[in-house]
Design a protein around this ligand. Structure first.
Ligand SMILES: CC[C@H](C(=O)O)C(=O)SCCNC(=O)CCNC(=O)[C@H](O)C(C)(C)COP(=O)(O)OP(=O)(O)OC[C@H]1O[C@@H](n2cnc3c(N)ncnc32)[C@H](O)[C@@H]1OP(=O)(O)O
Length: 311
């Protein structure tokens, strides 16, 4: 993807660019007055149905639910627009630590709503839809929240792509991820291929895409796509509890520190080493001497030499 404003700024003025880089995530390549984007937004409105629910919990872990059960949680046009709104809400949720993305009614997501796909199957609209979803999913992956896709049932096509826009993936024993794009005469267009290569490497990515191979929990774990297989049965209330417990290992502690950790990982994976090191130093500066750091220091027993000095 071409570098836009903040990316260029990072290259030219890295010192001043940190704040802009992360702030820019909110508006990543997404100018509301871009006529192309406006056109596809108007088209999306013609395909309503379903919704994207967002619940910001007291635990500071947000729950996002892809909710269109009569179509196996396929993305209608209005859901694509709602996804953008929800991501924007999360970008401004300063106390958040984690995010779980799941589907309604015991299944994850079956990709784009094929009815909408048929209606926008011309190349221009396809390109605009693809760019719109790439932007939103990039913003989702860059959120300063540790995110996990909770996969029950099926994650197909764009649904499989959506799982790669989270930091982690956990699934129930009978769930399946399948990049079905090849069977549709397509390649992923929501950034799913680029992210998949980074998660599983090029050979496994080729197997999943060129073979439209079904990924079950065993294979998913073997190739590093799946981080945990849940013991609770699909559709049961305990699935979410188990996923939350799994995520909470990573989200307990100070929110600013957890958010800073996510930010250093994002910059480490997206920037050149030199730029990432500068960014890391700047982020380090935001937590050094901060409340969590001072509290941790106060709790540590003093070093022997310090005690001697005090005498
Ligand atoms: C670039 C790729 C593109 C993108 O990224 O934008 C895509 O994602 S294209 C979409 C890729 N997804 C698919 O091709 C999945 C299509 N659906 C299926 O293969 C099946 O429906 C399945 C396996 C999800 C579920 O099969 P099952 O036998 O359990 O149920 P039904 O087939 O009867 O489905 C129930 C109900 O849901 C409707 N449905 C399912 N998926 C979609 C969809 N993607 N778009 C629209 N509607 C969908 C299905 O038509 C049934 O509706 P009904 O009115 O009851 O016939």
């Amino acid at each position: 993807m071409a570098l836009c404003g903040a990316g260029r700024l990072l290259l030219q003025h890295p010192r001043n660019a940190l704040r802009t880089f992360f702030k820019h995530n909110r508006t990543f390549c997404c100018s509301n007055n871009d006529p192309q984007e406006e056109q596809i937004r108007e088209k999306f409105k013609l395909f309503p149905g379903g919704c994207i629910d967002l619940h910001k919990q007291e635990s500071k872990i947000a729950l996002m639910t892809i909710n269109n059960p009569t179509r196996m949680n396929a993305f209608s046009g209005s859901m694509m627009l709602e996804l953008e709104e929800r991501v924007r809400e999360l970008e401004t949720w300063t106390e958040g630590r984690g995010l779980i993305v799941k589907g309604a009614a015991g299944t994850f997501c079956s990709g784009s709503d094929l009815n909408a796909v048929r209606a926008i199957s011309n190349p221009q609209d396809g390109m605009k839809m693809c760019m719109f979803m790439q932007r939103i999913l990039t913003r989702m992956l860059r959120l300063p929240l540790i995110s996990v896709a909770l996969i029950e049932g099926k994650a197909l096509g764009g649904g499989a792509e959506l799982t790669t826009a989270c930091d982690f993936r956990v699934m129930t024993a009978d769930a399946v991820i399948q990049f079905v794009h090849k069977n549709m005469g397509l390649v992923p267009g929501w950034g799913g291929a680029a992210r998949l290569v980074r998660i599983v490497g090029r050979q496994h990515a080729l197997k999943l895409l060129a073979g439209a191979k079904k990924v079950d929990p065993d294979f998913g774990r073997q190739i590093g796509l799946i981080d945990e297989v849940l013991s609770s049965p699909q559709g049961g209330g305990n699935v979410l509890v188990e996923a939350e417990q799994w995520l909470s290992q990573l989200t307990k502690g100070s929110a600013p520190v957890i958010r800073a950790i996510k930010n250093v990982v994002v910059s480490g994976s997206e920037l050149s080493l030199e730029q990432a090191l500068r960014t890391e130093r700047d982020i380090f500066g935001t937590v050094w001497g901060g409340p969590a750091n001072c509290e941790a220091l106060a709790q540590r027993t003093k070093h022997k030499s310090e005690k001697l000095f005090e005498k």
